[in-house]
Every structure is written in C-alpha cells, then in structure tokens.
Design a protein around this ligand. Structure first.
Ligand code: ASP
Length: 358
C-alpha cells in the first residue's frame, strides 16, 4: 500500500483510493486489439496525472494505492482493507470526500459491501464516497476512464443540491447508489450502471434523490467489517435444467457456511436439490434463495412456501446476496459474543429490505 500527497497536513482534500481494474489497464496493442489487455497495471497517481489539467481548481487530492488487481480476482481481504480505509477517511476531518477506482467485474460486490459497512457513517459525516471504473483500458483510443474519473472527482467534491453524503457510483455519465450497481453487459460502456432507473450526473432526478433518502432512512446502523481471515465461506449455486443432487450433496461434507441458490424464474429450485438443501440447513448451513434471471425481486414464500430458515434475497442479485449473507453471519456472530441473541436472518432481512431506488 502506498500513499501520496504533496499538500500540507490537514489541508482539506479528496482521497482517491486505487484498487485497479480496467481503468488502470493496459492493452499491448491498443490500436488493433484494445480489448486484449491486462487490468491493474497503471498506478493511481499516473491515472490522476492523465486528468490533472482538467481537475477543477481548488480541489486538493491525496491518493493511495490499496491494490492494483483485475477485480475478477477480488479477495475478501481486499474488501476488509478498503472498508477500513474508507471508515478511517470518513472520520478524518481533512477528507472531504472519496473516490475509489475499481474494476467493474466485481464492483457490484464492493458497492453493497460499502453501503452496508460504511453507508450510515458516510451519511452522518455528510461525505460522498464515489466508486468508478472503466470498460476500456487506459491506453485504448477513446478510453472512458479519464472522463469517469473526472466525473467522480466532481461528484465527491462539489455540493450537489439536495444530495446527501453516502456511497454512490459514477460511470458513463450516470450516477446510482453503489448498492444498485450490477454489471449486466460484457462490453457496453454503461455496463455497470444501466439506463432506465438511474440519474444522469448532470441532471439528478428528484425521484432518484428521494429514493436515496428512503434508503438512508431505512439504514440505521452499519454492520461490522469482517477481519481478513474471518469472512464466512459462502458459495453460489445456479439451479438449471438437469440439476443433480450431487451438486449440493458435495457441500455437506465441506466447511461451507452458507449457500446462495440462484434459482430459475422467481427463484425456483430444481426438485433434485430440495432434499439436500434441507439437509444442508439441518447441518447449520445458511441458505438464501435468489433469481438467476438478472432482474426482479425474489420474494419469501413465492412461488412456494420456503423451508424454515431459508431467506429470499429481495432485489439482490446472487453476488450481492452473497456479500449480504457474509456480513449478516459475521454481524450475528459479533452480536452473540456480546450476549445479543440476534440471528443472521435478522441482519440479512435488514439489508435485503432496503428500498430499491428508481
Ligand atoms: N476485468 C476488469 C476488472 O474487473 C474489468 C473492468 O474493470 O472493467 O478489473
């Protein structure tokens, strides 16, 4: 980890945390094959250097390289480091806002992680934390990283009428709450933030802002950040035609602590999996049911009555449900250590009940 600053101590500034991704990627042959590249090659200082001349006057920046990885390799320890760095910065009076450059493959996981562990703190400290990234490597013709980075810096640093502190994402000219990120296209420049429900950054919709405020009103208390070695082991299984019981049975002999089943349609689970999943729950493995369709909420007891203890994911996709379950299991463990008899289902319901922002 490195940190750079050439400003006097205590100068008000925006903290820019580099995590890697395509925004920091390099193509070997950018003119001919721009999409054949390696993510996480360029340091955060160099990325800021590329946009230096366009940074609005009066914004002091401090950068810190937390990781420089392809986010498909994101590890839970990376999230722990990031969460701790964000919480520290939110408590630091000289930090006025944060920008995080991140790979788009798993920005969805990081978005929900930051909302659940740092969202309340960002709101009470009135600071905006902005995730951004890019779909084209930094040396590709027409690279989208510089404009996304500049937009993110503006969003973190300027006052935006009626927009409170919180955890947001800015990409492709759009803004959304970071918990609403979901990469739904392999190549499109707006892949992580889809068009319809989200606010363009230059014309923030009042309906979107009231959605943000509804989420913030519903989110009362951040959950603890798991220590690097303490993240529960959770796997995602996708139900499909021709599913076999063995796919679930093999987990019964493992130390897995939870399963997310991405079911078909409304979160339906293949009959071949029902018995082994009941067995898994009887062994204490946590179970969350979601949909593999990519959109729409998964509701409790729809289309059938859920087995006792199984939670429906609400609007969460499988990757988000996985992080939510990890944080819920960890929070229940911490609560039990101090004598509070709360279950993972109590914490999971709090997270999954957050309103959708349209
Ligand atoms: N594979 C890259 C990453 O997630 C993709 C991107 O950043 O767009 O790091």
């Amino acid at each position: 980890m490195s940190s750079t600053s050439n400003i006097p101590a205590n100068t008000p500034h925006i903290l820019v945390l580099g995590m890697g991704g395509t925004i920091a990627g390099l193509a070997l042959n950018p003119e001919q094959t721009p999409m054949q590249y390696q993510a996480g090659q360029v340091g955060i200082e160099a990325l800021l250097g590329q946009v230096q001349s366009a940074i609005p006057q009066g914004i002091a920046l401090v950068s810190r390289q937390l990781a420089n990885i392809d986010s498909r390799n994101l590890a839970e320890a990376n999230l722990t480091d990031l969460g701790i760095a964000v919480r520290e910065a939110l408590m630091d009076d000289s930090v006025k806002g944060l920008v995080i450059t991140h790979g788009t493959d798993t920005i969805e996981e990081t978005g929900i992680f930051l909302q659940v562990t740092c969202g309340k703190l960002a709101q009470t400290q009135s600071k905006r934390v902005i995730l951004t990234g890019a779909m084209l490597p930094s040396n590709a013709p027409g690279a989208d990283g510089p404009s996304n980075l500049l937009d993110a810096l503006r969003w973190a640093s300027t006052s935006i009428e009626n927009c409170p502190g919180g955890i947001f994402a800015v990409m492709g000219g759009k803004v959304c709450m970071a918990m609403d990120l979901a990469k739904r296209h392999a190549r499109a420049l707006n892949a992580p933030i889809q068009d319809s429900p989200n606010s363009p950054i230059r014309l923030v919709k009042p309906s979107w802002l009231s959605g943000v405020k509804a989420v913030q009103a519903a989110w009362n208390e951040d959950l603890p950040i798991p220590q690097a070695g303490e993240w529960p082991w959770i796997e995602i299984l996708t139900s499909h035609a021709g599913a076999r019981p063995e796919t679930v049975v093999q987990w019964l002999k493992s130390d897995v602590q939870g399963l997310i089943v991405a079911g078909s349609g409304q979160g339906g689970i293949h009959d071949a999996w029902v018995k082994p999943l009941d067995q898994a729950m009887a062994q204490g493995i946590a179970l969350v049911r979601t949909t593999r369709t990519g959109a729409g909420a998964t509701l409790q007891n729809i289309p059938e009555v859920d087995s006792i203890g199984c939670c429906a994911s609400g609007s969460f996709t499988a990757p988000r449900a996985r992080i939510a379950l990890q944080l819920a299991l960890n929070a229940a463990k911490q609560a039990n250590l101090v004598g509070k008899p709360l279950t993972w289902q109590d914490f999971f319901a709090r997270i999954a009940d957050l309103p959708e922002v349209w």
